[in-house]
Design a protein around this ligand. Structure first.
Ligand code: SDX
Length: 431
């Protein structure tokens, strides 16, 4: 923890308590309340932890007001434009951009781990064909604990490293297998002659009956989508991974927990929900009806792909994603895609509406990603699995960081109890 020169004074009744204040390299100061309950006998109250720093981290920085996203200090727009996903994985895991030799070694290690144990194929056959791929992903990733016993001891740095490489390498294979299983096609094995994104596209869209050539522009767009989803500070699924890890659970179980959390439509499930919403809107003339619903407090409808817990400005990832959407749809000759037309009209209408301006609701990372993925040929059910495989490096980097944090201990939030005070049991004949 940073040295502290500042304090905050909390006064409760006639008692005052001095609390240490730590300054970050960027972002708001934090007040250390770890001794508050012990000294003042009170808890703090912060449902959703939206004003609470749960850890110290050096991986990702977000400035929600300014729409800034940095990975180890590098702006996401530069990484998406100049780097590629496995190099960003190296940066997130080890803290610095790799040299040529380091990158080659890392890419080789990941490539050598892309196959899954052949017996894991049997897991898929236990699922219904129409199971959501996220359900399959949660199950199979959790089951990796049953296969890779030599990388489950979280106290062994070498096993932690192997688990990290295995998860980054195998998630695309497992996600592609979930997709193939859902459409009744045979699994396609990974190929070591393809790069990470091209390999994933090949495993999803190749069939044994003919050669499948990955379009390099689509592979580049896929790689950029992976990069844009790689990590995002202490979001709900990352916090889930950290909390699961705090009990000493093995890395595969922790990542399965993160996948389960990401599935929700308020989080990673928003890309699927956003495309389904755009399809329900259908044509731009119906946009006012949906905007009215989004503004109606009595209507639970939300504009999927809009708003963010942290960003109160444009999500910088959405800006890059929008450019990528234009490129991909032009390449595929579907720039006149009616869904993209509706998306652009919805974005214009929402941004012109005072409600969204006042509430600072802007398009987020999920608003355009679904349009690109659909144009590539993915069903909406595969959107969140793609988010999950992209985010695995973020989850595992944050998981890994915990082990070097001296403050690392089991997470155990408290509560504001509003239930019954103690009372005696009443026999049923007396109730
Ligand atoms: C991701 O945390 C992360 O970093 C997540 C993520 C990552 O990379 O890990 O960035 C990925 O999850 C992106 C978000 C994807 N979700 C969606 O697109 C679903 C639609 N968005 C909403 O569900 C919502 O915006 C949330 C859940 C994302 C945030 O909800 P909050 O915390 O309630 O948002 P807020 O406090 O800024 O809301 C301010 C107001 C509220 O109204 P009031 O209570 O002030 O009257 O705006 C309203 C909200 O009800 N509001 C919306 C809205 N989002 C918020 N109204 C209409 N449509 C929306 N989309």
């Amino acid at each position: 923890m940073s040295d502290t020169q500042k304090t905050a004074t909390l006064t409760i009744g006639d008692q005052s308590y001095d609390l240490p204040v730590y300054s970050p390299t960027a972002g708001p100061d934090v007040i250390d309340i770890r001794k508050l309950y012990g000294t003042a006998g009170v808890f703090t109250y912060d449902p959703g932890f939206t004003s609470t720093a749960a850890c110290e981290s050096t991986i990702t920085f977000i400035d929600g007001e300014e729409g800034v996203l940095l990975h180890r200090g590098y702006p996401i727009s530069e990484l998406a434009g100049k780097s590629h996903y496995l190099e960003v994985c190296y940066l997130l895991l080890y803290g610095e951009l790799p040299t040529t030799a380091q990158l080659e070694d890392f890419e080789t290690r990941v490539t050598r781990h892309t196959m899954v144990h052949e017996q894991m194929h049997n897991f898929f056959r236990g699922f219904r064909r129409d199971a959501h791929p996220m359900a399959t992903l949660v199950g199979v990733v959790g089951a990796m604990s049953a296969f890779y016993h030599d990388s489950t001891d979280v106290n062994d740095p070498w096993q932690r490293e192997v688990a990290a490489i295995r998860l980054i390498a195998k998630l695309p294979t497992i996600a592609a297998m979930a997709y193939k299983y859902s459409i009744g096609q045979p699994f396609v094995y990974p190929r070591n002659d393809l790069d990470y994104a091209a390999n994933f596209l090949h495993m999803c869209f190749a069939v044994p009956a003919e050669e499948y050539h990955v379009d390099p522009i689509l592979a580049r767009a896929m790689d950029r989508i992976f990069t844009l989803h790689a990590d995002h500070e202490q979001n709900a699924s990352t916090s889930t991974v950290r909390l699961a890890s705090s009990s000493g659970a093995n890395p595969f179980a922790c990542i399965a927990a993160g996948i389960a959390c990401l599935w929700g439509p308020a989080h990673g499930g928003a890309n699927q929900a956003c495309l389904e919403m755009l399809k329900e809107i259908g044509t731009p003339d119906r946009i006012p009806e949906f905007i009215a619903r989004a503004k109606d407090k009595n209507d639970p409808f939300r504009l999927m792909g809009f708003g963010h817990r942290v960003y109160k400005n444009f999500d910088p990832r959405a800006t890059v994603m929008k450019q990528s959407a234009d490129e991909v749809l032009e390449l595929l000759g579907v720039e006149n895609n009616p869904i993209l037309a509706t998306a652009k009209a919805l974005e214009e209408a929402a941004l012109a509406d005072p409600y969204f301006a006042e509430k600072k609701l802007f398009p987020n990372v999920d608003f355009y990603s679904g349009i690109i993925l659909e144009a590539m040929g993915f069903p909406t059910s595969m959107f969140t699995p793609i988010f999950a495989l992209s985010r695995t490096v973020g989850w595992i980097s944050q998981w890994k960081e915990q082990f070097s944090d001296p403050a690392h201990k089991i997470g155990r939030p408290r509560q504001l109890y509003k239930g019954e005070t103690e009372r005696s049991y009443v026999d049923i004949e007396n109730r």
